[in-house]
Design a protein around this ligand. Structure first.
Ligand code: SF4
Length: 135
C-alpha cells in the first residue's frame, strides 16, 4: 500500500513539545482494548493529540522517555486498577498531567478483545473536554 493512502500523524519524536502525548496500556482485555481505541480515536480526530509507544518507555528507550518528558501534556490511560501505564511512567520519574483508568469509567474488565464503540467515543470525548489542548 502506498503511504499516501494512510493518515499521516504528527511525528511524536520531533514534535512532542507541541503535542498532547497519549500513552495507553493496551492490555489484553476489554478495558485495555477500550483504552487503546480511545488513544487511536483521539489521535485520529485531534490534530495535536498523538498516541505514543508506552512499551518503549517501559523498555527504557531514551527517545520515548524524552517524548513523555517533553510532551505539551502527558495523558496516561490504564485499563484496570493495576494501573500499569501510570506505574511505567512514574517508574521513569515522570508525572502524568492526566491519568484515566477505563475500569473506573463504567466498563467492566472481562476476558474479551471486543469492545463497545459507544464507550470508546464517550470516554474519548471526556478526555478531550477535560484535558486536551484546544489547538
Ligand atoms: S492496567 Fe490492567 S488492562 Fe492495562 S496492562 Fe495492566 S493489567 Fe492489563
Amino acid at each position: 500500500m502506498n503511504a499516501k493512502n494512510y493518515q499521516l500523524l504528527p511525528s511524536c519524536g520531533k514534535e512532542a513539545e507541541g503535542l498532547d502525548i497519549i500513552l495507553a496500556c493496551d492490555g489484553a482485555s476489554s478495558v485495555g482494548q477500550v483504552g487503546h481505541e480511545v488513544a487511536v480515536f483521539l489521535t485520529k480526530k485531534r490534530e495535536q493529540a498523538r498516541m505514543c509507544c508506552i512499551t518503549a518507555v517501559g523498555a527504557n528507550s531514551k527517545v520515548h522517555i524524552g517524548i513523555a518528558q517533553k510532551a505539551r501534556k502527558l495523558i496516561v490511560i490504564n485499563g484496570c486498577a493495576l494501573k500499569c501505564a501510570g506505574k511505567i511512567v512514574r517508574d521513569k520519574g515522570i508525572e502524568p498531567d492526566y491519568e484515566m483508568t477505563i475500569s473506573e469509567e463504567g466498563v467492566d474488565k472481562i476476558p474479551t478483545l471486543d469492545f463497545d464503540d459507544e464507550a470508546v467515543e464517550k470516554i474519548a470525548l471526556k478526555i478531550a473536554n477535560e484535558v486536551l489542548s484546544q489547538k
